[in-house]
Ligand binder design. Sequence first.
Ligand SMILES: Cc1cc2nc3c(=O)[nH]c(=O)nc-3n(C[C@H](O)[C@H](O)[C@H](O)COP(=O)(O)OP(=O)(O)OC[C@H]3O[C@@H](n4cnc5c(N)ncnc54)[C@H](O)[C@@H]3O)c2cc1C
Length: 339
Amino acid sequence: MENNNCDLAIIGSGLTGLSAAIAAYSRNPDLKIKLFGIPFDSNTAKKGEIENIPGINKIVGVDFIQQLVQQVESFNLEFAQDKLGEERAEETSDTQVPEEMKQDFPKIIVTNEMISSVSKSESGFEIKTEQETIKSNAIIISTGVPELKQTIKGEDEFEHKGVSYCAVCDGALYRGKKVAIIGKGNFVARGTLFLRKYCRKITLLCPTDELKCDKRFLKKLQLAQNIVIKTGIDLSTIEISGTQMVQGLRYREDDEVKDISVNGVFIELKDKPDFSIFANLNLEKTSEGFIKTNENGSTNVEGVFAAGTVKGELDYAPILMGDGYKTGYHATNSLKKKD
Ligand SMILES: Cc1cc2nc3c(=O)[nH]c(=O)nc-3n(C[C@H](O)[C@H](O)[C@H](O)COP(=O)(O)OP(=O)(O)OC[C@H]3O[C@@H](n4cnc5c(N)ncnc54)[C@H](O)[C@@H]3O)c2cc1C
């Protein structure tokens, strides 16, 4: 195998992709695995605390991603030690493995590179980044679902001037202020509960008739004195206004136009996944536009697997990790069969 090629390319290095890499390595440490994407730009790294991973009480997202990356990289160290020979490894602590030795035997490479296109080649797949073209025998797609932008009137105009896409990242900037948050489900519930600690008043505008979040969140939201929840709000009626910075928000509720004064608007809407980089593969989709897979994560294209939110999986860290792990396991098995 040429140096920059790999057996398995995992496209997307959030917690789904990192879990897939751990599974693939555990199943077959002889595989060369490349992980594309930016772990510290994943949803988990950017957003708050996670508190529902079995065995972990509470962890800040970016710390959790850091731990997963370290775990993945420790496999390279382990491999380097194995290559050094049992005898020497015994007298060599982790830190004593020479740097060049670790470089010589990277089994899982976290590239921090974004992919521009993927196409089928004779023996597998050709993956293009800005820097290079890599060949891989199989791929796992775990690119996640981006935030939905340019849906709300005034959103563009006031981005960085009071409009934010991450309550957890920017909430503290609005200490003592009135803000609005737009979205549904656990994303928006968690974001609102976070804002509660800092903001004087939070108006939550939800496009669906129910918030569709976990009951434990709903209870906390309903109990909070400084949170007002408005459901069934048509997103097309919402308009952000101001001069230099956000000053107000208009929306329609039961045919009545409402104007509220706010200093910040947090937009926590999620988009459909973007599969344009995989267009050449002709992947089959579900009626909702997600990648269609079998139970083991395989798609209609041999050698292509998909894991996590790209296939419409429930957006919970433990579920995504399990799905990533399962898919990594099966993708590795499919390579074994080829051998
Ligand atoms: C506010 C908030 C709070 C949350 N809290 C919790 C919680 O408490 N508990 C819980 O269970 N879940 C929580 N979640 C949900 C869950 O953790 C995330 O949605 C999850 O991180 C999604 O993981 P993912 O791996 O599928 O995708 P992402 O984390 O979105 O990762 C996608 C990866 O794909 C890469 N990528 C994208 N495009 C390309 C490309 N062209 N080439 C290469 N790479 C690419 C990115 O760089 C990134 O590494 C929360 C989510 C949010 C937004």
